[in-house]
Write a protein that binds this ligand. Structure first.
Ligand code: SAH
Length: 278
């Protein structure tokens, strides 16, 4: 293992010592969309090729009989379903097509990876279903450029990998240490240079890296913690499931220093947001 291998995904401490490194050294995206062309022109090149190459190497290690269930065409079919379900953002659809979801779950469950369902990842947690991942990121992006995004609830790291293809910098916090480690293990071979993982209580946010122009919660609280609202940039967007038994997806936009607008989007079902770390 080279020094470079050891560094990915980057830790928060490495970020803080080398802030705003951007996305240097990443390859050109394989999926060309008008959005990627625009972003490339702006100097932000998403690491789609690297993700794809690392994932192809890992996919080749799966038993032969599972290969057809996790093939590129199965993932393409998933993306077509997402499109039929109303996801319109081509950059989000391209990211969903690029990231191999089956590599984030136990090999025994890999055959279910591209079904629109949540899947257990251990510790009573689940990887969110593809539709809700795509929907939340589409709402977060709103067709614009995402510079700095914070995810609460890294889980297995899947959504962070998708976010890495649509945002310039992604910070993701997980409160369950073995899941934080799992995400690190899952993401390391993908060499994603713009994701920083943090073990901690996401309800407190990540003030060292704030403000964020996007915040996404992968777990539902009864309300969105004030610390997260305070860490949004003016004009920033936050997407979160809110509620207990009945949950709704909420979009919060910070319209001023002391002003936030709330919009309820649709029903959803997420694992609960908990405080503290374990
Ligand atoms: N985005 C994840 C989904 C994980 S499920 C994925 O792609 O796999 C939600 C995660 O939120 C769980 O791992 C849970 O431990 C985590 N979580 C719940 N409350 C949290 C908190 N306060 N801070 C950080 N993570 C939290």
């Amino acid at each position: 293992m080279t020094d470079k291998d050891k560094r990915f995904p980057l830790t928060l401490s490495s970020l803080l010592s080398k802030s705003d490194r951007g996305n240097a050294g990443v390859a050109t995206p394989r999926v060309a969309t008008p959005q990627t062309a625009t972003r490339n022109a702006a100097g932000h090149v998403a690491p789609v090729v690297r993700v794809a190459e690392a994932q192809e190497r890992r996919a080749a290690e799966l038993p032969q009989r599972q290969q057809p269930l996790v093939s590129d065409s199965v993932r393409r079919a998933m993306v077509m379903r997402l499109s039929a379900q109303g996801i319109k953002d081509t950059m989000v659809l391209a990211a969903m097509e690029a990231v191999q979801r089956h590599l984030f779950i136990e090999p025994g469950l890999a055959a279910q990876a591209y079904v629109d369902a949540s899947i257990p990842i251990g510790y009573h947690q689940t990887i969110s279903k593809p539709y809700i991942v795509a929907r939340m990121i589409e709402v977060l992006r709103n067709g614009g450029v995402l510079n700095r995004v914070l995810e609460i609830g890294t889980g297995c790291g899947y959504q962070a990998a998708v976010l890495s293809l649509v945002a310039k910098e992604v910070y993701s916090i997980e409160r369950i240490r073995p899941l934080h480690e799992l995400a690190r293990t899952n993401l390391r071979p993908m060499r994603i240079a713009n994701v920083r993982l943090q073990y901690g209580d996401g309800m407190l946010g990540l003030s060292q890296a704030a403000p964020f122009d996007g915040i996404i919660l992968a777990a539902a609280g009864l309300e969105v913690p004030q610390a997260l609202l305070d860490q949004m940039a003016i004009g920033g967007r936050l997407v979160a499931p809110v509620g207990a038994r009945h949950q709704v997806l909420q979009l919060i936009v910070r319209v001023g220093k002391f002003d936030w607008t709330h919009t309820t989007l649709e029903d959803c079902h997420f694992v609960p947001l908990h405080s503290g770390t374990v």
